[in-house]
Design a protein around this ligand. Structure first.
Ligand SMILES: Cc1cc2nc3c(=O)[nH]c(=O)nc-3n(C[C@H](O)[C@H](O)[C@H](O)COP(=O)(O)OP(=O)(O)OC[C@H]3O[C@@H](n4cnc5c(N)ncnc54)[C@H](O)[C@@H]3O)c2cc1C
Length: 393
């Protein structure tokens, strides 16, 4: 323990004038030292691969810190698993259904996106037993649920806008390439201290994108692993991903346009969303109950992780038939839907996260982020991307 002696008042007064000059000199030297000690800001060119929540959170933070960012996404649209499937009957949030907010920094960032974020009434969430009966012990909702409008992908797209249209946002140093799958990371042919990426577009065209000082991989962990493996870099970086486990999810989307009749607001149950322990289905939600959606009766149904693992390679028609049967058992809706489509998410929900917010190899200049670092929620992806950017900036 350290103790400090209190100086007596007289001694303090005596020393005041003589120490004034010494203080000034010391202050000058200190400020000089601080000035010289602070490293000058160096703008880096960072490639961020993957434009889901983690990649966009990382990219926008790097741009805000003054870096130059190229965002590269293999799909045609941005958002990753914060996805919206548009149909003639209205949209489906076939990935993320809603999100919750626990981290202050996520809450603060959401304040900038008030035009696209809406609370979604959680008081109708029910917990169902394996027969689809509402459990008497359904716990009350503990925290507000939020959605983006008109569909879940709107939030990531809103935050990515300055990266997609930098000229509209004060000529920010950013650009975005969609429909571009990164296949290889290698040293830049002209400047070996930098990186270049090999990529393939949706028409099979091959591209080399060079001149990157840093690389961020904001992709599902297995795809990250495979890209690092294919590129032959840093087995240590890759091996850190070995313990992570992520489950798939088969998702069914159904629409009943004929159910819209005057005086009949809903087809089936009175609740709008439910968790369930049915052997096939773990979640169901009425899409048209969400704010800013089209009114046609539409449901998104998620198979449980165990069922999705077991039926991962089944053909779509078989999966659709089984999930429709489960949906009818739970909701009592036995009418044939006008629209019924399934989607397979190979990497849906983290079961065992890394336990760190991100991985950054400073010597290589390669960073990894994604929800799998911290958990299975949108907020985990945001925090992971943000913290990697702060570590790099
Ligand atoms: C069915 C389902 C339901 C969910 N429900 C909820 C929920 O209700 N609440 C909640 O909080 N969370 C939910 N989640 C989880 C949530 O969606 C994720 O936590 C979050 O969206 C992950 O963001 P991410 O940026 O880490 O990854 P992703 O969103 O997967 O983004 C990764 C991006 O990388 C791109 N990519 C991959 N490989 C390459 C490559 N080689 N080159 C270029 N781009 C590449 C992908 O196309 C993708 O866009 C759900 C997920 C699923 C699938």
């Amino acid at each position: 323990m350290t103790t400090t002696k209190k100086p007596r008042a007289s001694a303090l007064a005596q020393s005041k004038s003589s120490s004034k000059t010494a203080d000034k000199t010391a202050a000058k030297t200190a400020s000089k030292k601080t000035r010289t000690a602070k490293p000058a800001f160096v703008q880096r060119h960072v490639a961020v691969v993957g434009a889901g929540m983690a990649g966009v959170a990382c990219a926008r933070t790097l741009v805000q810190a003054g870096h130059r960012v190229t965002l590269i996404e293999k799909s045609r649209g941005l958002g990753g698993r914060m996805a919206t499937r548009r149909t003639e009957f209205g949209g489906f949030d076939h990935g993320t259904q809603y999100f919750t907010v626990r981290d202050e920094r996520f809450a603060k960032a959401l304040e900038t996106a008030q035009t696209v974020v809406r609370p979604w009434s959680a008081n109708t969430v029910r917990v169902l037993d394996d027969k689809g009966r509402v459990l008497a012990s359904a716990p009350p909702p503990t925290e507000p649920h939020f959605v983006a409008k008109p569909g879940m992908s709107a939030l990531v797209n809103y935050w990515a806008e300055p990266l997609v249209q930098p000229a509209l946002h004060g000529k920010l140093a950013a650009s975005t390439l969609t429909g571009t799958r990164v296949t290889h990371i290698e040293r830049d042919a002209l400047h070996p201290e930098q990186w270049q990426l090999r990529a393939e577009d949706t028409d099979g065209g091959q591209h080399v994108l060079g001149g990157f000082d840093r690389i961020v991989l904001a992709m599902p962990h297995l795809q990250t692993h495979d890209l690092l493996l294919a590129s032959g870099h840093s087995p240590e970086l890759r091996h850190q991903l070995d313990a992570v486990q992520v489950a798939p999810c088969w998702t069914l989307m159904v629409a009943y346009p004929n159910a819209m009749q005057p005086g009949l607001p809903h087809l089936g149950p009175q609740w709008n969303a439910a968790r369930s322990v049915h052997h096939r289905i773990s979640w169901l939600a009425r899409e048209n109950s969400k704010p800013g959606r089209e009114p046609i009766e539409r449901w998104t149904v998620q198979a449980s992780p165990a069922w999705s693992i077991k039926h991962l390679e089944d053909d779509e028609e078989r999966v659709k038939a089984k999930l429709l049967k489960g949906f009818a058992e739970i909701t009592g809706i036995r009418a044939t839907p006008t629209h019924a489509v399934v989607h397979r998410w190979r990497f849906a929900q983290t079961q065992k996260p890394l336990g760190l917010s991100h991985i950054y190899d400073q010597d290589l200049g390669i960073g990894l982020c994604g929800d799998w670092c911290l958990g299975h929620r949108v907020e985990d992806a945001f925090v992971s991307g943000l913290e990697l950017a702060l570590a790099m900036a």
